[in-house]
Structure formats: structure tokens, C-alpha cells
Design a protein around this ligand. Structure first.
Ligand SMILES: [Zn+2]
Length: 201
């Protein structure tokens, strides 16, 4: 056990910061010190924002998105094509597609991907609610926007199989070359998937 350099309140702050994604113990210590130095400008408003978000956060019953209202802002938006549903693994993917203005549709968050290694089966994911949404018959296309990882693709194949009997078009992302990406910076997997899904010019 390393010796504590500060009181338990500060040590607790560092320990909690160290649990954030991307922050290890060293960066958590730096972040804690930064907050302490900037306690009026950053720490107080951050604490208030965390408290407010904690009180207001809701998980959308329809799609699984995180928002402060339920149904969420995306589900309430009547300007979206009601016939297209984009299936994503995580809320982060939904937000990334929204930031990219990739599609004007609604979403369905699975809450992960199938993984034999991590013991994630279909019943651990929001698949039954997805099938219920497709069963309504209001959709004309389901886009499987899942990652180009082995688990992501396994999940896409599983879902394509389950959706096969419904009268709905199923599509998936092309694993293309990233916009602005030099070919020699790409990993081989991306490059070979890009080559396999090539289209006439
Ligand atoms: Zn929603």
C-alpha cells in the first residue's frame, strides 16, 4: 500500500476519478489536483452538473438512449424517417452517428454485442424489444450499425438471421476506408474488408 499523501476525502476523489475510462491512477491524481486548484471555476460547476445530470437522467423505454426525458429527444423527433431503424451496440455509437449526421432515423440500442468469451448471450441484450419493434410492421429498413469486430459481426449475422422472416430490408455498414484515411495507415482487416466490399466506379 503506498502512503496516502492527502486526507481521505481527496484520496477518495482520486480513487473515483481513476475509475473513469481512459484515466489511470496517475492521470486521476493530476485531474484531482487540477480540480482542487480550479475549485471555483471548474470543480464547483462540475459537481453541480454531475448532481443535476444524476437527478435528471432517464433511459429511453423505446430505444435505450440516455437522455433527460423519456421517450428521448431522438424518439420524439417527428422529422425522422419512421421507416428506418438503426441498431447500435451502445449509446456511444448512437451519439457518434448523430454527431456525424449519418442518418435521419430512429435507433435501437442493444446494450452490447454477443460475446462467447464474456458470456453475453441474446437474452443479455435488448433483442426481444427489437423484435417487438420490427413486428409492428412500420419499418421498411433495419440498418445493423455494428462494429467491424468479430463479436460485432457475429451479432450482425445473428440479428440478420432473426429478422429474416420479417418483411423488412436489412442492411449493414460498408466497412470502408475512413474519410481522409491514407490506405497505408489502415489495419489489414479494414483494408481487406474495404477491398471485398468494393463497388463499380
Ligand atoms: Zn429513444
Amino acid at each position: 500500500m503506498p502512503t496516502a499523501v492527502a486526507g481521505p476525502e481527496i484520496e477518495r476523489l482520486i480513487q473515483l476519478l481513476a475509475r473513469l475510462p481512459g484515466l489511470g491512477p496517475r492521470s486521476a491524481r493530476r485531474a484531482a489536483l487540477f480540480l482542487i486548484k480550479k475549485r471555483e471555476q471548474i470543480m464547483a460547476p462540475l459537481a453541480a452538473a454531475v448532481q443535476t445530470a444524476l437527478e435528471k437522467i432517464e433511459i429511453c423505454n423505446a430505444c435505450g438512449n440516455v437522455d433527460t426525458q423519456n421517450p428521448c429527444t431522438v424518439c420524439r423527433d417527428h422529422n425522422r424517417d419512421p421507416g428506418i431503424l438503426v441498431v447500435v451496440a451502445d449509446v456511444a455509437d448512437l451519439w457518434a452517428l448523430e454527431r456525424a449526421h449519418a442518418v435521419n432515423a430512429r435507433y435501437h440500442v442493444l446494450g452490447g454485442v454477443l460475446s462467447a468469451l464474456d458470456g453475453v448471450g441474446p437474452e443479455q441484450l435488448s433483442i426481444a424489444p427489437l423484435l417487438r419493434r420490427v413486428e409492428t410492421g412500420e419499418l421498411k429498413e433495419v440498418i445493423l450499425a455494428l462494429g467491424a469486430t468479430v463479436d460485432g459481426q457475429t451479432t450482425a449475422h445473428y440479428l440478420a438471421d432473426r429478422l429474416h422472416d420479417f418483411d423488412v430490408a436489412i442492411s449493414r455498414l460498408a466497412h470502408g476506408v475512413p474519410v481522409g484515411g491514407e490506405l497505408d495507415y489502415l489495419d489489414e482487416g479494414t483494408l481487406s474488408a474495404a477491398m471485398k466490399s468494393r463497388r463499380p466506379f
